[in-house]
Write a new protein. Structure first.
Length: 536
């Protein structure tokens, strides 16, 4: 009888498409012992999630199929090809899974209580009252504040960290033997990430469960896992003890993965460089309305009295946790969100300009969003997406001239211009972000607001995008307002750093000073969480 909790042997997965079959996973073998944390590491497309979904037999059959000889045993029981009744006993009961994006994994039409109780009634047969009582215990277990109130909340009423905690509570409802955590902290900021990882580790120890941690973030692996499997191109290329993998990686891909950190330093900005954007006492307050007459009883002060300036060739980094007001500030400075205070672009006051007067300035003020898949229209080709701004601002003259500008913009960001008639879904995440940057750059802007442009990308792709942004800034003397919760990216690009919390600026200074000698306890907590150092 197997001594391991889970054994995967010679796993192969093939997807059948109209153009033929594609092999996503090839000859993968791994094992997990009782109570052990094992990491499965690799970039997007390496086969990590397909491997995890195979364990629970959640692949889209019959489009996907296992190749001959594939075997997955859990406590000695074969899961590949197992009967539905057998799989129902395992899924969500003995093996649970936390998915990467809780907002798409939770049902937006049901309150938290209903979603947790559904797991308990299905597998445990609990009564309505018993299930509710257990759901409340689970929310307390994962440290959600005001759990009674949160039971009645819908997913959109929770923060990203709270939604992920609800997912963890659902996964742990039946005290599984194995928890599969698929990129569980990718979409949350560094302090919440640290809290969630600490929570998972504590719960694993307390419940005695094993964990398969799927991630591309090697910092997480080092903190959490005893052993590591590295995947590349659908295959396991290296495996072993975590310390050994980090200290003496053998495979070239593992070496490249470990070296793929955003690096470098920002260029030197002349103190005489012209100020491109200046904001003084920027405020964005959202009214809180109550009662039948919807009277305003207070305000949510999303941004409360922020002042800053960005010079030509300079990057000002804005950091803080989710809900700190970073994105709202960026939108306000671009006049995409109503605000009060003074906003000057190239010395000209733009706060009170009407849309018609503001439009000519729009081409000089561009924004790149966090999720390129969401910000690029799926109905438009890449050429149409990039060319839309040229047509709107009547740039480029003839159709042929505009095509030349589109080709030049794609070449500048490292995208093959011959692919310009393809659609966004045909590109990788990193390529889509390059296309989003090209869409902004084709208009020759002076200011780019970059709102979390690397947070959804693999580490190596992050490093490539950082290098690209630095190169574009040097070539075109761009001013960047860089919004991020990833402090390693901010450190690599920013001359100055603004730290925000609950709508106010808690610290502001040269990047070197803020990173090396932070003054405020909140900033020190951010640094400690991001770089795993003690700044207390």
């Amino acid at each position: 009888m197997s001594v391991n909790l889970l054994e995967v042997n010679n796993l192969g997965v093939r997807f059948h498409q109209p153009g033929g079959a594609t092999t996503a996973v090839n000859n993968v073998s791994l094992e997990i012992g009782e109570g052990e944390t094992v990491a499965l590491v690799g970039e997007s497309g390496s086969g990590k999630s397909v491997t995890a979904l195979s364990v629970l037999q959640l692949l889209p059959y019959p489009t996907a199929e296992h190749t001959q000889g594939s075997s997955i045993t859990f406590r000695g029981r074969e899961l590949v090809g197992a009967a539905d009744a057998t799989l129902r006993q395992v899924r969500g009961d003995r093996i649970s899974m936390i998915f990467q994006e809780p907002m798409t994994s939770l049902n937006p039409l049901h309150i938290v209580e209903k979603q947790i109780c559904e797991v308990l009634t299905l597998h445990k047969g609990l009564s309505k009252n018993a299930a509710r009582s257990r759901a409340l215990e689970l929310l307390e277990l994962v440290h959600i504040p005001e759990p009674e109130q949160r039971l009645k909340s819908y997913p959109h009423q929770l923060s990203g960290g709270q939604r992920q905690r609800v997912m963890i509570a659902m996964a742990l409802a039946n005290e599984p033997d194995l928890l599969i955590a698929d990129e569980p902290t990718t979409s949350v900021d560094v302090t919440v990430q640290t809290q969630l990882l600490t929570l998972l580790n504590d719960l694993r120890s307390r419940l005695g469960m094993a964990m398969l941690l799927i991630t591309h973030d090697l910092r997480i692996v080092r903190k959490m896992a005893k052993r590591v499997y590295v995947m590349y191109g659908g295959e396991v290329v290296e495996s072993g003890q975590t310390d050994a993998i980090f200290e003496q990686p053998q495979h070239p891909y593992t070496q490249r993965l470990l070296a793929a950190q955003p690096s470098g330093t920002p260029g030197v900005v002349s103190p005489d460089a012209p100020v491109v954007l200046q904001g003084d006492d920027i405020k964005v307050w959202f009214p809180i309305k109550r009662g039948v007459l919807r009277r305003t009883i207070g305000h949510v002060k999303a941004v409360n009295g922020i002042s800053l300036s960005v010079r030509e060739g300079q990057t000002v980094g804005v950091v803080g946790e989710s809900g700190s007001g970073k994105t709202t500030l960026g939108l306000a400075l671009l006049r995409l969100q109503h605000s009060s205070g003074s906003i000057r672009f190239d010395g000209r006051e733009i706060q009170d300009l009407r849309s018609k007067s503001l439009r000519p300035l729009r081409r000089e003020m561009q924004i790149v969003f966090q999720d390129p898949f969401g910000s690029l229209s799926p109905r438009m080709s890449v050429a149409q997406i990039i060319g839309e701004g040229l047509e709107l601002h009547e740039l480029g003259g003839s159709t042929a001239d505009r095509q030349k500008l589109i080709i030049a913009a794609l070449e500048e960001v490292g995208i093959d211009p011959n692919s310009r008639n393809r659609y966004p879904h045909e590109f990788s995440g990193g390529q889509r972000q390059r296309i989003a940057i090209a869409r902004a750059m084709v208009l020759k802007p002076r200011l780019l607001v970059l709102d979390e442009p690397t947070s959804a990308l693999d580490m190596s792709v992050q490093a490539q995008i950082v290098d690209l942004l630095r190169e574009l800034q040097t070539r075109h003397h761009l001013a960047y307002l860089f919004i991020s919760h990833d402090l390693s990216v901010i450190r690599a690009l920013s001359d100055e750093v603004i730290v925000m919390r609950e709508g106010v600026m808690v610290e502001h200074g040269k990047a070197s000073q803020v990173f090396e000698n932070p003054r405020e306890p909140y900033t020190r907590a951010l640094m400690s969480a991001a770089f795993d150092i003690d700044l207390a």
